[in-house]
Design a protein. Structure first.
Length: 118
């Protein structure tokens, strides 16, 4: 939801060679019916209007199964356990180093493709 973080994160992911779509909110993302299903979602946990865990629940309810990497400046054990139990790829505490994001993104994409190491 933070524009500066969204722009920086988008730039980082593009520099890794991936296509990026960014959204100002979870509701904006859910409303984009023209876009193809993403290979991975990176989301903040605390956002206005709809939190990251509510976004995850809405995606699951709709049968959408893109891996999700959560980032938050306000980590709690309960939230970490809840989103990971629901299938999140990762739950990262902000600030997050670029190489950590790159690693988790690669793992998420491998997992989605069924090529993740066991």
């Amino acid at each position: 939801d933070d524009e500066g973080v969204r722009v920086s994160l988008s730039s980082l992911i593009r520099s890794l060679g991936y296509n990026v779509r960014s959204y100002a909110s979870a509701k904006e993302f859910l409303a984009d019916s023209d876009a193809a299903e993403p290979d991975c979602i990176i989301s903040d946990v605390q956002m206005p209007e709809m939190s990251g865990d509510r976004l995850q629940a809405a995606l699951i309810a709709a049968g959408r199964c893109s891996p999700i990497i959560f980032m938050t400046a306000f980590p709690t054990s309960a939230m970490r356990e809840r989103v990971l139990a629901a299938g999140a790829q990762a739950f990262l505490d902000k600030p997050v180093a670029g190489n950590t994001i790159a690693l988790h993104l690669e793992l998420a994409l491998q997992r989605r493709a069924g090529t993740a190491p066991s």
